[in-house]
Ligand binder design. Structure first.
Ligand code: MN
Length: 255
């Protein structure tokens, strides 16, 4: 397919563009760490002017947030295991790496029944039996429909911390064996809410970033994607030495 054909298919809707991004909003939850650690800032927006005495013909805002606020990209340098990965910061990642195929593993039924639902190697094997092997360089997204939760239900904090689905260490190793590009979820992190209790703790962060792979979190609309065949566009902001960035995640889907 030529790029001219591709542009025409976008224009006609033969290729559909699905927005996998939550709106940046002060009310959107951010990850909460135990109180002894530094905390991630929510999105904030301050008006500079709004067609008024501060600027009669224009409106604009100053915004502040963490690198890891809202729908966002995790670079390898986010985790200590990835601190020495070449090109491990968002400004160093080659542009060519920011567009790639995506496999979607539907865990929504399991996550509806169990807040701590685990993606396991068996689920990955069953997915491949149905859809074919996960190709090298693919994004793998864990669909849970968690993005449909709002308010306190999203972080799902209990006395012992957050409860949300994620991959087991063996599942992460299985994805690494397939040389994936990265792993994404609808939850606030790529790891399960109780991911601190695995060995290693937070296996998605530890193992994926240590291997130079990327993460995507707080994704939405995964229920609009096919299991295979879509393409993700995932350019983070070009922050010098940035460990991650809010971004607009777009999926191209052939109709
Ligand atoms: Mn993050």
């Amino acid at each position: 397919m030529s790029l001219a054909d591709f542009a025409a298919d976008i224009a006609t809707g033969a290729v559909r563009v699905v927005d996998l991004t939550h709106t940046l909003d002060p009310d959107f939850p951010v990850i909460v760490l135990p109180p002894e650690f530094g905390q991630c800032a929510r999105f904030r927006m301050e008006e500079i002017s709004a067609y008024d005495h501060r600027g009669p013909a224009w409106k604009w805002h100053n915004i502040t947030m963490s690198e890891h606020t809202g729908t966002h990209f995790d670079a390898p340098s986010h985790w200590v295991s990835g601190r020495d990965v070449p090109n491990g910061a968002v400004d160093e990642i080659p542009a060519q790496a920011l567009i790639g195929p995506v496999c979607v593993i539907d865990c929504s039924a399991g996550a509806a029944a169990d807040d701590d639902f685990e993606l396991t190697p068996q689920i990955i094997a069953e997915w491949e039996a149905a859809h074919g092997p996960i190709p090298a360089g693919a994004w793998v997204l864990m669909r849970t429909d968690w993005s449909k939760r709002t308010g306190a239900e999203y972080l799902n904090m209990r006395e012992d911390g957050p409860h949300s689905p994620g991959p087991t260490p063996a599942a992460v190793r299985a994805l690494l064996a397939r040389d994936i590009r990265g792993f994404g979820t609808e939850c606030v992190g790529t790891d399960a809410g109780q991911g601190a209790h695995y060995t290693p703790p937070y296996p998605a962060h530890d193992l994926l970033h240590g291997a130079g792979k990327y993460g995507l979190q707080c994704l939405a609309n995964l229920d609009q994607l096919p299991a295979t065949g879509a393409v993700l566009i995932t350019p983070p902001l070009k922050i010098r030495n940035g460990t991650g960035s809010p971004l607009r995640v777009l999926a191209l889907v052939q109709t």
